[in-house]
Design a protein around this ligand. Structure first.
Ligand code: GTP
Ligand code: MG
Length: 136
């Protein structure tokens, strides 16, 4: 089993979609939510989290968007959960994401794509320490 960091982005919170998305995660057999917190992210946290994208043209608007309101941070544990939540989220560009995925069902704008999920075991462990220091 493994664990991953999920963020329900400010658009998901504003649009009232957190229950819908958490419900999809909860209904997966063998997965469980082991931590959950709603908070507004500061610049330092976002710089650590999205540091790999610093310098790219979409970085500044991405960070501004991610700080524009509260997010819900979750730790999800279970079988194949890293690939599994990435699949449940869908492709980065919502118009390229499969129908049935969160981004495919609810998104249009690339930046406002509702959900973040760690992309590898290394990313997951790094991100868990940023969002839940002392617990992971
Ligand atoms: P995250 O789970 O949020 O990390 O998304 P991802 O892993 O599917 O994509 P990636 O890490 O490459 O990019 C991080 C975020 O930056 C994406 O979720 C988008 O919100 C935004 N982003 C990525 N690429 C682009 C782009 O080409 N244009 C714009 N406007 N935003 C982008
Ligand atoms: Mg990413």
């Amino acid at each position: 089993t493994s664990r991953t960091l999920v963020l329900l982005k400010p658009d998901a919170v504003r649009r009232g979609l957190i229950g819908e998305i958490i419900g999809r995660i909860e209904r997966k057999a063998g997965w469980s939510i082991s931590a959950l917190d709603m908070r507004t992210l500061d610049q330092d946290t976002l710089e650590q989290h999205y540091g790999e994208h610093k310098g790219k043209p979409f970085y500044e608007p991405l960070v501004e968007f991610m700080a524009s309101g509260p997010v819900v941070a979750l730790v999800v544990e279970g079988e194949r959960v890293i690939e599994g939540v990435r699949a449940l989220a869908g492709a980065t560009d919502p118009l390229a994401a499969n129908p049935g995925s969160v981004r495919g069902d609810f998104g249009v704008i690339v930046r406002e794509n509702l959900i973040h999920a760690s992309d590898s075991e290394e990313s997951a462990e790094r991100e868990l320490k940023i969002f839940f220091p002392g617990r992971f």
